[in-house]
Every structure is written in structure tokens, then in C-alpha cells.
Design a protein around this ligand. Structure first.
Ligand code: ADP
Length: 296
């Protein structure tokens, strides 16, 4: 179990990227959902011990992450948002090199590890090709292969599906789900669908704060009766925005469907929306925006 308590991070330029993050994350896939600039990467880097928070506590099992970063690193697999430049060596050799950096010194053990991971990530057939020539999806699967070296108990993947086509994304996610059965996997993303499809538990991060957390189904259930929709002509949109707390608009058959947040029936042609994770997410962002406007 990973526990974060009051984690804050203020960058030297004064940006408060994390603002009192308190959350506990158990085994399985955990979705950290938030818009760009929410603080997701800052949080992922902090948990991965690549930066030290300006305040707070982080524990993983019996490891005090801030005072024993080496112990955490030995049980961590991290797939950063930007995996960087690859040398022109084969996937096999690069993974082998990374395994020795991670401390697998016996050649036989290394071979077993590298071969198993290449098969598991479906890269066995391209093991002699250079990673530099891989497609986006293959690179991400290679990223997971390197993250899995040494049987980590905690895996962090930061915005992993950017630039992947739907088939590659599916393949990548099936791999994550398989891995996520026995260990803690944190998936950071701004794509609601990713979380809805994969994660039994999730949190929304915005403005450096956890806005809500729980099981997607429960959160949808809880939001029932708070989101309302109506269909209008486009030219009435400004009027709607002035009168209601509009959280989303989309076009349907040439007209505009408006979703608004309201504790009670707004009348005026609105009907209750069944609720979706998208609505839960957009409601959380609307609350966060209003809270920061009040604070300003
Ligand atoms: P996300 O991953 O959700 O897009 P980030 O953690 O990258 O969010 O950024 C959170 C906030 O911190 C943003 O306002 C961003 O501009 C700022 N930020 C991120 N890294 C730095 C840094 N090294 N120095 C200063 N500000 C930063």
C-alpha cells in the first residue's frame, strides 16, 4: 500500500504544483486523472523519488520513501512521460544493459529476465531491431519491459498513450491490466476513457489537489441527480453559460447538448443525466475552478 500525507511541492519559481496531497493507493490499477498542469507529473516524479517534496510524508509498505529513496527505487518501475532518446542498439541489448544497471549481475539471470520480458511485452519478434526504429506503441511496450526489470512492486506510468493509435493503445492496456493484478500500478492520464476502461480505483487531481477519489462506479452513482442536460440552438449558448454552471457542451445532429451542474432540477427543459465518468470529472474540475476563483 502506498500512503501519501500532506504532500506539497513548490518549485523555486513559486509555482505550487502539489498542494496537500493525501491519498492511499492499494494493489491494482489506480487512475490519476487530471488536466494538463494539474500536477500529475510532479506527483509521479515525487513518488518515483526523482524530486523531494517541499513538505509531506510518503510511505510504501514499510519504506519511508523520503528518507529511504534507495529502498523505494529497488522496488519501483517507472515509465516517464518522455522516455528520451534511444541509442542505436537492439531492443535485446538495450534491455540487457538496463537489467545490469538495475543490479542483475548474473548473465544467466539477465538472459532469463530479458527473454521473459520481451515475450511478455510482445516484442520477441523484433528483439534484434533498434528501439529508435520502433513505432510509438512498440516503444511504450519496451518502456514497460524496462520498468518491469527486477519484479517491481510499484509501477508508475505517466501519460502512456499519447500518440498511440487505438489498436496499440489496447495492446498496451491489456499488458498493464495483466501486470496490475498483483502490484500497485499508478496510471496518470488526462483521458477519462483510459481510467473508465481500466482502473477499479481512481482520483481526480486539479490545481495540485485531490478533488475526489474512489471507485469509478461509486463516483458516478454519487453524482446522480447533480448533472442535467438539454439541447439548444448554438446561438443560445452564451445565455446558458450566464444562467447555469455549464460543465460540458457537445454537438449532436447540428444542435448543442449542454450539461450543467445543479443540486436540484433546473426545470426549463433540462432532464437528469444518467451520469458518466466524464461528467464526474468535469464536475470535479468545475468545483476546483470555482474554489480557486473564490480564493483569488
Ligand atoms: P501535469 O503533469 O498534470 O501536466 P505538472 O506536474 O507537469 O502537471 O505541472 C504542474 C504545475 O507545475 C504546472 O503549473 C507547471 O507549469 C509547473 N511545473 C512543472 N514542472 C516545473 C518546474 N520544473 N519548474 C517550475 N514549474 C514547474
Amino acid at each position: 500500500m502506498l500512503h501519501l500525507k500532506g504532500v506539497e511541492h513548490v518549485y523555486p519559481n513559486g509555482t505550487r504544483a502539489l498542494d496537500g496531497v493525501t491519498i492511499s493507493i492499494g494493489k491494482g490499477m489506480f487512475g490519476l486523472l487530471g488536466p494538463n498542469g494539474a500536477g500529475k507529473s510532479s506527483l509521479m516524479r515525487t513518488i518515483a523519488t526523482l524530486q523531494t517534496p517541499t513538505a509531506g510524508e510518503i510511505r510504501f509498505g514499510d519504506i519511508d520513501v523520503l528518507t529511504e529513496p534507495g529502498r523505494l527505487r529497488s522496488t519501483l518501475g517507472y515509465l516517464p512521460q518522455d522516455f528520451g532518446v534511444y541509442p542505436r542498439v537492439s531492443a535485446y541489448d538495450l534491455l540487457d544493459h538496463m537489467a545490469s544497471l538495475k543490479g542483475i549481475t548474473s548473465a544467466a539471470d539477465r538472459r532469463a529476465t530479458v527473454e521473459t520480458l520481451l515475450v511478455q511485452t510482445n516484442l520477441w519478434n523484433v528483439r534484434t531491431k533498434t528501439v529508435a526504429g520502433f513505432s510509438g506503441g512498440m516503444r511504450q511496450r519496451f518502456g514497460i519491459a524496462q520498468a518491469l526489470i527486477g519484479n517491481p512492486k510499484l509501477i508508475i506510468v505517466d501519460e502512456p498513450t499519447a500518440g498511440l493509435d487505438p489498436e496499440e493503445r489496447n495492446r498496451f492496456y491489456n499488458l498493464l491490466v495483466e501486470i496490475g493484478e498483483n502490484i500497485v500500478v499508478i496510471l496518470s492520464t488526462h483521458i477519462v476513457e483510459d481510467v473508465a476502461d481500466l482502473c477499479p480505483r481512481m482520483a481526480v487531481l486539479a490545481a495540485g489537489r485531490i478533488q475526489l477519489d474512489g471507485a469509478p462506479g461509486e463516483l458516478i452513482q454519487r453524482s446522480r441527480g447533480t448533472v442535467w442536460a438539454t439541447t439548444i440552438d448554438r446561438d443560445r449558448l452564451d445565455e446558458m453559460k450566464a444562467a447555469y454552471n455549464v460543465i460540458a457542451t457537445r454537438l449532436f445532429a447540428g444542435r448543442t447538448v449542454v450539461h450543467v451542474l445543479s443540486e436540484r432540477d433546473p426545470g426549463n427543459g433540462f432532464s437528469a443525466v444518467e451520469g458518466s465518468l466524464e461528467d464526474v470529472y468535469l464536475s470535479a474540475l468545475a468545483h476546483s475552478r470555482r474554489a480557486s476563483q473564490r480564493a483569488a
